[in-house]
Design a protein around this ligand. Structure first.
Ligand code: 0A1
Ligand code: ZN
Length: 867
C-alpha cells in the first residue's frame, strides 16, 4: 500500500443527507478527448440540519473548471477540493449550484462513470460512478428529477440518448447536434445514464393493460441488429407478466436498451435507458446457446422488473442493496419458472447456490445479506446479496403464501413509492399486509453463514419420528448465532412409491435449536424426502440409506428432491473414491449409482430437460465443498473416476439421446431445449467413456450443426480429447469467432477449461494472443475467469504456476479495471479450503499482492482473504 489504508464505512453510521437536491440540469458537451460537463443543481438544506452544515459532494477523476452559487463565482475560501470530492463550507439554505468539470472518457478503463466501449460513449453509475461524471452527493437517498442536454459531433455520434423522453433536438454549427431528455421521475444518481454513438435501432411497441403505447427502442452496433429479436420479445413477455402477476405497469412512454461490448457486469437498470453487456442481450441461433437465450430472457426481465423494485422504490443506502436485488431476482425467478420447465429452473438455481454461494458463505468473504460494513461497494455485488437474498424472499413467499406475499409486495410498493428505504421497511410492509410476525425471520438478514440442519429419524410400531436440529457456523466477525426460522419442505414416500398425505406438515417450521414431529399410522418405515423444493438455503445432514436415495430417484414427485437424491448418490460414490485415493487403494466401482441411474433410464421423466439435469453429475466444486479442506488430486481423480465408470455403463443407453440437427431449424422452446440438452449430455458421456468413433461423431455433429447449442455440445465433448478431430473443430470455431466477439469469447473459454496437459502454458500463450484484450471484461472472464473457476486441475497445477499466472492478471487489472481485478481475487481467497502445500502457495500469492500498491477494491478482497 502507498498512502493511508482505505477505511470501511459502517451501516450503523448512517446519517440522512443535510441537503436535498430536487433537480439536476446537466449539459454534456462531447469533444475530442475531453468531455465538458456542466451541472446546475437546485439545492435546499434539510430542516433538521444545522444552519452551518457543510455540503459534501463526491467527485473523482475530473478537473474542476468553474463553480458558481446563484450565478456568482464561489470564492476559493468557501470551498475545498480533494481526491474524493468537494466541500462547500457553509452554503446558503436554498440555492442553485453550477459546476463545470472536464472528464476524459477515453482514458477511463475502470468502466465506471462516462467511458468508451468501442465507438460508443456510455455510462455506468451504480454503485458510485456518478461521482466520476460530476460533483454530486453520490448516495441513493438523494433523489432528483433530471434534464440532460447532450451535444456531440453529428457524424461520429448520430444517436444521443439519456433517461426519460426526448423533448428537444436539433443541429448546431460545425457539424454538431444536440438532444435534450427529461425524466419526470425523481431518481437517485446511480440510475442516471447517457449514450452517444453510431448505433443501429430496432423498434417495436408494447400496449399496456391500460391501453398506453410504449415505444421500445433497442440499440446496438451496426451489423448486430439482427440479434435483438429475442431480447425484444423477452421484454414484451416481462412487461405483460409484471402486469398480470403484480399489477405493475410501465410508467414512461419509451423504454430503451443499449448493447455495449465493454461492461463490468451483466446489465444495468437505468431509468428508461437500460445498458446491457452484449452477452446479455444479443442472441441468434448461430451465436448463442440455449443457455445464452435463457440468460438473455431472464436478464432482460430482471432489468425491467427493477423499474418498480429498485427504481420507483429504491435503497436508502448501499447496505440495503439486497432490498432491490433479492426481490428483483426472485421476481425474475418466478418469471423464468413461468416461461420454461419450473423444475429445471429451480434445480439450476439450487446448483448455482450450492456451487458458488455456499463456498462464499464458508470462506473469508462470508457476509450477511445486509452487510454491516464495506470498503468498496462494488465488491458487494455478490451471490450472497443476490441469490441468497432471493432465497430469503422465496422463504417469505412460502411462509406467507402466494397471495399474502403478492399483497405484501404491493403494499410495500404503494407505501414507499418514490422513496429510498430499507430492508426493515420491506419486512414491516409484509407483516402489516399479512398480520404476520416475522421477528425471528429477520435474522436471515443479519446472520452470515449457511445453516446446517441435521436430521435424525426412527420408526417403530407404525410411528415415524423425525427430529431436526439446526446450527449456523461461525463466520468472520460473527459467532454464537441464534436459531433461524427455517421452512422445511417434507415428503414421506411409502415403499410402493405413493406419498403419505401430510397435509400442513408438508411444510415444517423449524425455529428452535431442535424440534421433533411424529407421524402415526404407517404400515412400514417411509422414505423421507427432505427440504423439498429447496425450501431454505441450508445444508442438510442426514445419514441417507443408499436404497432410500435410489427409491427417491425413481419415485419422488418433487423434482428438486428427486434430482438431489441422484446428486447425493453420486457424491457418496465420489467420497468413497476420495477416501480410497487418499489411502492409496484402488478406487471402488460406483455400483449403487450405476444401478440407480439404469433404473431411472428404464422409467425416465417425460421432461427431457429434467432427465438431462438428473444425468448431470455434481460438479467438482460441489464435491470439494464436502470437505473443510479439500485434496485437489483426490477430488479430480475421484470425480473423473465416477464419471468414466458411469459413462462406460451407460454407453448404449445414452446413444438413444443423440439427435441430429433440429428439423425445421432452431427454435427456442422447452421441448427443443430439452432435446438439445439431452443430446449434449449423451455426447459428454460418450466422450467420458471413450466410446469408439466418438471423435469422428463429434466432428460430424460440429459441422452439421445449424445452431450454437449443438455446436458447443460437440466442442465440449472434444475439448479434452487431443487429436485431429479436436484440432479441426477448434480451428473452424476460431474462424467463426473472427467476426463475432461473443463467439470468440466461447473459444477462449474452451481453451481455458480444457483438461489437456500444460494448461498454464496454454493460457499464458493466449495472454500474448492479439485477440486477447485485458481492457474488455468479457474477454478477461472468458480466459482468466474460466481458467481460475472452471479448470480445477489446471488452476491448481502442482508447481503453483496457475496461482502466479492469476496473480499477474490481478496486478495488471488492478491498474486498468479494479472492479474486475477484485473479482478475480476470489479463487485465491479460497486458500484455507485447499489442503496441503497448494493452500500455502495460494496464500503466498495473496501476500505478494498485499505488498503492492492496490486499488481499494483489490485491497479489500486481499486483506479479507489474509485475515
Ligand atoms: N444493478 C445491476 C447490476 C450492476 C451492478 C453494478 C454495476 O456496476 C458496478 C453494474 C451493474 C443489476 O442488478 O442488474
Ligand atoms: Zn439487479
Amino acid at each position: 500500500m502507498t498512502g493511508p489504508a482505505p477505511q470501511p464505512k459502517f451501516r450503523r453510521d448512517y446519517q440522512p443527507p443535510a441537503y436535498r437536491i430536487d433537480h439536476v440540469d446537466l449539459h454534456v458537451d462531447i469533444g475530442e478527448g475531453v468531455t465538458r460537463i456542466g451541472s446546475r443543481l437546485s439545492i435546499a438544506r434539510d430542516r433538521a440540519a444545522a444552519a452551518d452544515a457543510p455540503l459534501r459532494l463526491d467527485g473523482r477523476a475530473m478537473q474542476l473548471q468553474a463553480i458558481r452559487i446563484d450565478g456568482e463565482p464561489v470564492p476559493e475560501s468557501d470551498y475545498s477540493v480533494d481526491a474524493e470530492g468537494l466541500t462547500l463550507s457553509a452554503p446558503p439554505a436554498a440555492f442553485e449550484l453550477a459546476i463545470e468539470v472536464d472528464v476524459d472518457p477515453d482514458a477511463n478503463t475502470a468502466l465506471e462513470g462516462l467511458y468508451r466501449s468501442g465507438r460508443i460513449l456510455c455510462t455506468q453509475c451504480e454503485a458510485e460512478g456518478f461521482s466520476r461524471i460530476t460533483y454530486f452527493p453520490d448516495r441513493p437517498d438523494v433523489m432528483a428529477t433530471y434534464r440532460t442536454r447532450i451535444e456531440a459531433d453529428a457524424g461520429r455520434y448520430p444517436v444521443l440518448l439519456s433517461n426519460g423522453d426526448r423533448v428537444d433536438h436539433g443541429t448546431l454549427p460545425g457539424g454538431r447536434h444536440f438532444a435534450v431528455y427529461e425524466d419526470p421521475f425523481a431518481k437517485p444518481c446511480y440510475l442516471f445514464a447517457m449514450v452517444a454513438g453510431d448505433l443501429a435501432e430496432v423498434a417495436d411497441t408494447y400496449r399496456t393493460g391500460s391501453g398506453r403505447d410504449v415505444a421500445l427502442r433497442f440499440y446496438t452496433d451496426h451489423g448486430s441488429e439482427n440479434e435483438l429479436g429475442h431480447a425484444l420479445h423477452s421484454l414484451k413477455q416481462a412487461m405483460a407478466w409484471d402486469e398480470k402477476t403484480y399489477g405493475l405497469e410501465y410508467d414512461l412512454d419509451t423504454y430503451m436498451v443499449v448493447a455495449v461490448g465493454s461492461f463490468n457486469m451483466g446489465a444495468m437498470e437505468n431509468k428508461g435507458l437500460n445498458i446491457f453487456n452484449t452477452s446479455c442481450v444479443l442472441a441468434s441461433p448461430d451465436t448463442a446457446t440455449d443457455g445464452d437465450y435463457i440468460r438473455v430472457r431472464d436478464v432482460v426481465a430482471h432489468e425491467y422488473f427493477h423499474n418498480w423494485t429498485g427504481n420507483r422504490v429504491t435503497c436508502r443506502d448501499w447496505f440495503q442493496l439486497s432490498l432491490k436485488e433479492s426481490l428483483t431476482v426472485f421476481r425474475e425467478q418466478q418469471f423464468a419458472a413461468d416461461h420454461g420447465s419450473p423444475g429445471v429452473t429451480r434445480i439450476e438455481q439450487v446448483r448455482m447456490l450450492r456451487d458458488i454461494q455456499f463456498p462464499e458463505d464458508a470462506g473469508p468473504n462470508a457476509h450477511p445479506v445486509r452487510p454491516e460494513s464495506y470498503i468498496e461497494m462494488n465488491n458487494f455485488y455478490t451471490i450472497t446479496i443476490y441469490e441468497k437474498g432471493a432465497e430469503i424472499i422465496r422463504m417469505l413467499h412460502v411462509i406467507l403464501g402466494h397471495e399474502g406475499f403478492t399483497r405484501g409486495v404491493q403494499h410495500y410498493l404503494s407505501e414507499h413509492d418514490g422513496g429510498a428505504v430499507t430492508i426493515e421497511d420491506f419486512v414491516t410492509a409484509l407483516e402489516i399486509a399479512n398480520g404476520a410476525d416475522l421477528a425471528r425471520f429477520r435474522l436471515w438478514y443479519s446472520q452470515a453463514g449457511t445453516p446446517v440442519v441435521t436430521v435424525r429419524d426412527d420408526y417403530a410400531g407404525g410411528r415415524y419420528r423425525l427430529t431436526l436440529s439446526q446450527h449456523t457456523p461461525d463466520t468472520p466477525g460473527q459467532t454464537d448465532k441464534a436459531p433461524l426460522h427455517i421452512p422445511f419442505g417434507l415428503g414421506l414416500i411409502e415403499s410402493d412409491g405413493r406419498a403419505v398425505d401430510l397435509g400442513e406438515r408438508s411444510l415444517l417450521t423449524l425455529e428452535q435449536p431442535e424440534q421433533s414431529w411424529t407421524f402415526e399410522g404407517l404400515s412400514a418405515r417411509p422414505v423421507p424426502s427432505l427440504l423439498r423444493g429447496f425450501s431454505a438455503p441450508v445444508r442438510v445432514e442426514y445419514d441417507h440409506r443408499t436404497e432410500d436415495l435410489a427409491h427417491l430417484l425413481t419415485h419422488d414427485s418433487d423434482p428438486v428432491a428427486r434430482w438431489e437424491a441422484g446428486q447425493e448418490l453420486a457424491l457418496a460414490a465420489m467420497r468413497a473414491a476420495v477416501s480410497a485415493y487418499q489411502a492409496g487403494e484402488a478406487l471402488p466401482d460406483p455400483t449403487a449409482l450405476i444401478e440407480a441411474v439404469a433404473r431411472l433410464l428404464g422409467d425416465p421423466p417425460a421432461d427431457h430437460e429434467l432427465l438431462a439435469e438428473m444425468l448431470t453429475l455434481p460438479t467438482e466444486r460441489r464435491l470439494a465443498d464436502q470437505y473443510a479442506q479439500f485434496d485437489v488430486d483426490a477430488v479430480v481423480a475421484s470425480h473423473g473416476h465416477v464419471k468414466r465408470q458411469l459413462a462406460a455403463a451407460l454407453q448404449t443407453r445414452v446413444e438413444d439421446f443423440l439427435t441430429g440437427p433440429s428439423a425445421g431449424g432452431y427454435r427456442f422452446e422447452p421441448a427443443e431445449v430439452g432435446r438439445r440438452r439431452l443430446n449434449a449430455v449423451a455426447l459428454d458421456y460418450l466422450a467420458a467413456g471413450d466410446a469408439s468413433g466418438i471423435d469422428a461423431l463429434c466432428l460430424a455433429l460440429y459441422h452439421d450443426a445449424d445452431n450454437m447449442t449443438d455446436r458447443m455440445a460437440a466442442l465440449q465433448a472434444l475439448r479434452d480429447r487431443p487429436g485431429p478431430a479436436r484440432d479441426e473443430a477448434m480451428a473452424a470455431f476460431a474462424e467463426r469467432g473472427r467476426g463475432h466477439a461473443l463467439v470468440l469469447d466461447k473459444w477462449f473459454s474452451l481453451q481455458a477449461t480444457s483438461r489437456l496437459p500444460g494448461a498454464v502454458a496454454r493460457v499464458a500463450e493466449l495472454d500474448a494472443d492479439p485477440r486477447f484484450d485485458a481492457t474488455n471484461p468479457n474477454r478477461v472472464r472468458a480466459l482468466v475467469g474460466s481458467f481460475a473457476r472452471g479448470n480445477l486441475p489446471g488452476f491448481h497445477q502442482e508447481d503453483g504456476a496457475g496461482y502466479a499466472w492469476l496473480a499477474g492478471h490481478i496486478r495488471q487489472l488492478n491498474e486498468l479495471n479494479p472492479q474486475i481485478a477484485a473479482r478475480l481475487v476470489t479463487p485465491l481467497a479460497e486458500w484455507a479450503q485447499v489442503a496441503g502445500p497448494r493452500g500455502t502457495a495460494m496464500r503466498e500469492q495473496l501476500a505478494g499482492l498485499a505488498g503492492a500498491s492496490l486499488s481499494p477494491d483489490v485491497y479489500e478482497m486481499v486483506t479479507r482473504a489474509l485475515d
